[in-house]
Design a protein around this ligand. Sequence first.
Ligand code: F0G
Length: 464
Amino acid sequence: MPPSTSFAQGLRQSEFRFRCIACCVVSDHAGRDFRCGHCGDLLEISYPRWKDGGAAANEAEQLKAEWKQRRLSSSAVDLSGVWRFRELLPALQSEQEAITLREGNTPLYDMPQCSRIAGVQRLLAKHQGMNPTGSFKDTGMTVAASFARQGGSRWVACASTGNTSASMAAYAARGGLRSLVLVPEGKISWSKLSQALDYGAVTCQLRTDFDGCLRLLQELVLRAPVYPLNSINPFRLEGQKTIAVELLEQLDWQLPDHIIVPGGNLGNSSAIGKALLEMRDLGLISRLPKLSVIQAEGANALVRTVREAGGKKLVSVEPQTRATAIRIGNPASWKKAVQVLEATGGACEQVTEVEIAQAKAEIGAEGIGCEPASAVTLAGLKKLVKQGFVRSDESVVLVLTGNLLKDPDYIMEFHRGELFQGTPHERAGATLESLRCAPLVLDATLAAVTRALEQAEKSDPTHG
Ligand code: F0G
């Protein structure tokens, strides 16, 4: 059922330009560092052929129907939960150029226990940790890596707290590209580091933090023939937009009141916000959900930027959090994120280390599980409900960004009661005792295991 109007044709071509987010200058080409040639700010992709004022209702419905129809197709781009929505993406020269691992297509789960805990009637989780390399980065990487290869790059590179590097290394390997990873030494989880090794990346552990790695990468791309795949690369954000498109499709286009995402380098919140605004402008949705961003208290640059500088000037911080994925003090996409908060009316909040650990255990106890950075969403929601920003009768979607298996050390330390030992959070952390279930080391006897079972039954809060 092909859409046949000028709207659909305009979309189909997905002709694109680079537009500066600050001075709005539009150009056909981007420099190697993806910075505006006039003012040096970040670029975003714009689509000149999308006509102003959106589509007629039947055109938007046709497009939604076509996206649904593609689920029955077995072509590689249709099996991708990103390229399936290609009308909203920059067009490749041919569909065969797409480097895809069947990313996207992630589940949307009901969270009945967590919804009771947070005090909202309807809570859902869009689990981006179910992507091929275990994080949302894959949705952006498929697009940016494909453009890297189409443009003739041989080397791709990124600075990362772990997930970007795992994803980049996988897509580079699939696409026959070489990859260079810059990660902060000792500050990323072994699971993520080992993914980059397995996928054959040249992996450098630098004696600095994430922000230091990103600074170095930005210098490197100006001097060496490497193509950056961080979220300063606007193609990444185009792919990540599809998180929101797929979410709304799964909801049968019934909009949630709130979408809540974790904030680190702030690419993902920017991408999801861009998707919502574009879908509204194109007539695919009629109003905007509020998009809120949650940060760890120890890595709260956006929160401080909004509260202390009215969103006008970045307030950077020395980042410190066990949610290592979002241990970032100088977020590159802060301006885009501020724009998105303003446009959707979302909030920006911070949560403590103990609140993150508690929320993570609660999500785990729901049978879902996620990595620590993702759990800030539930912790943040609880705060937003208490503040009255989210009402109990509103519907909320948490974007869980990473898989539980991304950081097993955190989980083991939490359940063994070691996570906060010797830290300023030790006393507050002790209040989470009831959420712990450390492994039991027992003699290999029937009696020992039976005793363990009986004890567990006695202390089970759902018992009798
Ligand atoms: N959640 C996870 C699991 C992440 O890996 C990241 C970022 C974020 C949330 C924050 O997203 O940066 O778009 O605001 N990880 C990056 C990395 C920085 O290198 O893997 P953001």
